[in-house]
Design a protein around this ligand. Structure first.
Ligand code: FAD
Length: 343
């Protein structure tokens, strides 16, 4: 393999029913930095049916180029059809780096493409960089239970591929004055040749989506003691219009469903305000919430590691503090006669 033939940074643009997923916009922000370091173009790869109008949005968020395949068979995501499209483009244009969101579809597609192109794939990364001296992509992710960050290189194969966790990278502010090149490829796909059929799409009705988009999260930990006390977390969240999350220990205790777990093996969240209540601050938890704008920790142990990442800390017993906070907020809301707004 002649590695020098491969140039440019690509981002797979995941879209659902004509709407681009947030993680793809975040990856355009991250990809922009990589492309600038390497002095190569950043391209978005957009597949679907009737999706041409999304190309400008991809450019506004940082891409120099957009590769499009628009075909009725690509209406809904399927491994087989999307893989064919992506491989056609990758073999023809030879990108050096190719990023995908670590979403169910992104992970599925990236692993299928990596296998077919006989290249490497680093899954679930949280940090991306370039070793300019050796012109290598550095994809890092937590390893060994989150105790170390492992940086993984793909030295001998191209493209260098990674899936990246949603909510870890930052999207750029869209710039409508940006201009880019839009290139459309044709593909021969026949519905009758597809081995899988989409019979019905059932929307995710779990609370996970709420959590990822929440402005305020009240996250409870094992320090709440038992299921009964944990109801104070729900009451506080309801009072201030926040979403509820929990640590893994809380999920394992059965106080919350796994869809509300925050951390390395749960959701990554970036709300404006994150309350960490009765949470020790284990690294595996912190990786999922440390990018929140304001972190308010309540813990009875002044040496709890959560205070290392907290913006504000309250040392004390949550069972005494929470009822007072609930009462105070209720009073404020009563006198102001409205909802709290988070701007
Ligand atoms: P604890 O560590 O037991 O902490 C409870 C805290 O509450 C303590 O700091 C204590 O001082 C405080 N406290 C006690 N009583 C009160 C009170 N009355 N008022 C105020 N404070 C009080 N964890 C996650 O959260 N998310 C993950 O995704 C995750 N993934 C993991 C993956 C792996 C591979 C491994 C090995 C672990 C993972 N963990 C994860 C587990 C993680 O290591 C911790 O065990 C877990 O986060 C601890 O949960 P906790 O903070 O609720 O409980």
């Amino acid at each position: 393999m002649n590695l020098e033939e491969y140039q440019g940074v690509w981002v797979f643009i995941e879209q659902n029913e004509g709407e681009i997923e947030g993680v793809s916009l975040e990856l355009l922000g991250a990809g922009r930095k990589l492309a600038d370091k390497l002095e190569v173009p950043l391209a978005g790869v957009l597949l679907g049916d009737g999706i041409r109008q999304l190309a400008n949005q991809v450019i506004y968020y940082g891409a120099d180029e957009v590769y499009i395949i628009d075909h009725p068979v690509l209406k809904d995501y399927r491994t087989e059809s999307y893989m064919k499209g992506v491989i056609l483009l990758a073999e023809k244009y030879k990108p050096e780096i190719f990023l995908y969101g670590a979403t169910p579809n992104g992970k599925d597609l990236a692993s299928a493409v990596a296998t077919d192109l006989s290249t490497g794939l680093t899954a679930d990364t949280t940090m991306l960089d370039i070793d300019l001296e050796n012109r290598l992509f550095e994809a890092s992710r937590p390893a060994f239970g989150g105790n170390i960050m492992a940086t993984i290189l793909c030295k001998k194969h191209r493209p260098q591929m990674a899936t990246v966790r949603p909510k870890v990278m930052k999207a750029l502010e869209p710039d409508q004055s940006r201009q880019g090149k839009i290139m459309e490829e044709t593909i021969s796909l026949k519905e009758e040749e597809m081995r899988t059929k989409v019979l019905q799409i059932v929307k995710d009705v779990s609370n996970t989506a709420n959590l990822a988009d929440a402005h305020v999260i009240v996250c409870g930990g094992k320090g709440m003691g038992d299921y009964q006390n944990f109801q104070l977390i729900h009451e506080f969240a309801k009072t201030i219009g926040a979403s509820v999350g929990g640590s893994r220990d809380v999920v394992e205790a059965g106080w919350l469903p796994h869809s509300l777990q925050i951390g390395q093996t749960g959701e990554t969240v970036t709300p404006k305000v994150f309350f960490a209540i009765g949470i020790s601050g284990a690294i595996q938890h912190v990786v999922g919430m440390k990018n929140s704008e304001i972190i308010i920790a309540i813990n009875k142990d002044p040496n709890a590691p959560i205070f290392d990442v907290a913006t504000y800390g309250i040392v004390g017993d949550a069972m005494e503090i929470l009822p007072k906070l609930i009462e105070q907020f209720k009073q404020v809301l009563k006198t102001s006669g409205g909802e709290l707004s988070y701007v």
